[in-house]
Design a protein around this ligand. Structure first.
Ligand SMILES: C=C(C[SeH])C(=O)N1CCC[C@H]1C(=O)O
Ligand SMILES: [Zn+2]
Length: 597
């Protein structure tokens, strides 16, 4: 009878889950060994481990299919079976599985080890993305140096990945078909468990676009003031190399010379951190202290012993920041090439947010040890960082001195947050709209670069610093394209983190709508056990329930919306509209004069 069959099914899936935990543990160890020491030998070992495990997964998958789990009464049991019937890339035959692994590890190794020559010293050709090129983009205000560095990096990390990327697309789509998806785009979107995910992304962008256009127009004017109208036009897109970041994804590095009220005291956190002899370890300890202040879990012993928090000088590693769950309930690690600056202070909280999520859901079955959706996992650390970056908190930890907020200082603060959070959205949207088109076959290899820049111009209002051709492949010059990491998760994160932040601030008594002594912009949930407990309750769920249930636990909302972000930035939006009116700045952008199609 059904009762007995369901009982049998439960026994089966629980032992499968334990076996899966072992397999995940072995796979993650091999991947860590490779990305923490990039050698051919370690790559071969990692791929061999993955092939062996995929054969075991295939056998388990055959068994799982024999259960009539759709008829089971127990919701959680049905959800476990549903997830286990999705085999993933292991559905590929061994030879194709290996080819797919090699094409991705080839791109990722190229990205991690790419070197370029210094613009100022053409014989010095050992510049890596971290820390060298990142430092140039953070500090240089020489358009020629920025242009040259931009072009060299996009050749070394982008163009060189084109062949591998094309092979990866074909093989990854084959795996999608074997998992009953039309293509990888549908597979990636299925992770969000809503039928209209792509429509939701478009709607959210239409909600935020008016605010973005005002900010874009203001920044373009300030850049034109600085570099002149031969370099920055009055009505065109902004040249991508002038925004303080290789991908123009966040513009915080140009804050010092574009902020609304320059006569207000400069708030240079990086400067303060260096003056106070901050170290990478201190940054991690401060982040751990914040989470503990919320009554959340302290980093375990193995975290401090096994993490890599500074770039080693004796080997090549993947420097792009990452957080690792070793699926044994006690081994959790971060790998990043920390530099002592505000940007990495934020990144440290971002990565620690991943670890805290791992810790909170570590008692779930292995199959549920995941974010409620991929955007949730990216939002935890950033939500904490919204409190950390508040003037109140920065004063609390001694990173800024000085008076409480006045109107002008508050606009400067919102501007600093806006050139980090608002400008990121069209970038993130572009990256996966581009890849959806590639996976769907709408963008053929001979159109890769043309379609990429069309989207970047249309949505982000940026243009390449020089003409581009299909010899280039600029998309792969971004880590996540070379490393096969889906990116809509960050678009989702940068919206829902404001829904989370608003709810936590109200729980902490830090934000009271209409009470001007309790403004959202100055909320700091540090030491609020009420906020921490609510956050912990959401994180403990992992992916055991559909994400609207998780979001409801913390925010009372069941949908991702732009209202949190728009509420947070309302005063800035009003200021920008008035300022752009005052200067008569053209809002939006006409098509670029640069050739790329
Ligand atoms: C810090 C990480 C590792 Se999950 C990251 O890739 N982020 C964090 C924000 C956006 C995105 C990026 O750097 O492009
Ligand atoms: Zn992340």
């Amino acid at each position: 009878d059904l009762e007995a069959l369901e009982h049998e099914g439960r026994e089966y899936i629980m032992q499968l889950d334990v076996a899966t935990g072992m397999r995940k543990h072995l796979a993650i160890l091999a991947e860590w060994e490779y990305t923490a020491n990039i050698t051919k030998e370690n790559e071969d070992k990692w791929i061999q481990v993955r092939v062996d495990l995929s054969q075991q997964e295939k056998r388990a998958w055959e068994e799982t299919k024999m259960y009539r789990w759709q008829d089971f009464q127990d919701f959680t049991l049905r959800r476990m079976f549903k997830k286990y019937t999705q085999l993933g890339v292991s559905a590929l035959p061994d030879d194709k599985y290996k080819m797919l692994m090699r094409s991705v590890s080839g791109m990722e190794a190229n990205y991690a080890t790419a070197k370029i020559c210094s613009y100022k010293n053409a014989s010095k050709c050992d510049l890596a993305l971290e820390p060298d090129i990142t430092e140039i983009f953070a500090t240089s205000q020489d358009p020629e140096e920025l242009k040259d560095t931009w072009v060299q990096w996009h050749k070394a990390a982008g163009a060189r990945a084109r062949a591998n990327f094309t092979e990866y697309v074909n093989l990854y789509n084959e795996a999608a078909h074997l998992n009953n998806f039309k293509d990888v785009a549908e597979w990636w979107q299925s992770e969000y468990e809503v039928p209209d995910f792509e429509e939701q992304l478009a709607k959210l962008w239409s909600d935020v676009k008016p605010l973005y256009e005002q900010l874009h127009a203001y920044v373009r004017k300030r850049l034109r003031d600085k570099y002149g109208d031969q370099i920055v036009s009055a009505r065109g897109p902004i040249p991508a190399h002038l925004l303080g970041n290789m991908w123009a994804q966040t513009w915080n590095n140009i804050e010092s010379f574009t902020r609304p009220y320059p006569d207000k005291k400069e708030v240079d956190i990086t400067q303060s951190m260096k003056e106070q002899n901050y170290t990478a370890l201190k940054m991690f300890q401060m982040s751990d202290e914040f989470f503990r202040s919320l009554n959340l879990t302290a980093m375990p012993e193995k975290f401090w012993n096994n993490s890599i928090i500074e770039k080693p000088n004796d080997r090549e590693i993947v420097c792009h920041a990452s957080a690792w769950d070793f699926f044994d309930g006690e081994d959790f690690r971060i790998k990043q090439c920390t530099t002592v600056d505000y940007e990495y202070f934020q990144t440290t909280h971002h990565e620690m947010g991943h670890i805290q999520y791992f810790l909170q859901y570590r008692h779930q079955p292995y199959i549920f040890r995941d974010g409620a959706n991929p955007g949730f996992h990216e939002a935890v650390g950033d939500t904490i960082a919204l409190s950390v970056s508040s003037p109140k908190h920065l004063r609390r930890v001694g990173l800024t001195q000085g008076e409480a907020e006045d109107e002008q200082t508050e606009i400067n603060q919102l501007y600093k947050m806006g050139i980090d959070k608002i400008v990121f959205l069209p970038f993130a949207y572009t990256l996966d709209l581009f890849r959806y088109g590639v996976f769907r076959g709408k963008t053929a290899p001979e159109d890769y670069n043309c379609h990429y820049w069309k989207l970047r111009e249309e949505l982000q209002g940026v243009e390449p610093p020089v003409n581009r051709t299909e010899e280039d492949f600029d998309a792969a010059a971004k880590y996540h394209v070379s490393a096969n990491v889906e990116y809509a998760r960050y678009y989702v994160s940068f919206l829902i983190q404001f829904q989370f932040h608003r709810a936590l601030c109200q729980l902490a008594g830090e934000y009271v709508p209409e009470d001007f002594t309790k403004k959202l912009v100055d909320c700091d949930i540090f030491e609020s056990v009420a906020a921490g407990n609510a956050l912990g309750n959401m994180l403990k769920m992992g992916s055991s329930k559909p994400w609207p249930d998780a979001m409801e636990v913390l925010t009372g909302q069941r949908a991702m919306k732009a209202d949190g972000l728009l509420e947070y930035f309302r005063p800035l939006h009003d200021w920008l509209k008035a300022e752009n009116q005052r200067t008569g700045e053209f809002i939006g952008w006409e098509s670029s004069k640069t050739q790329y199609c």
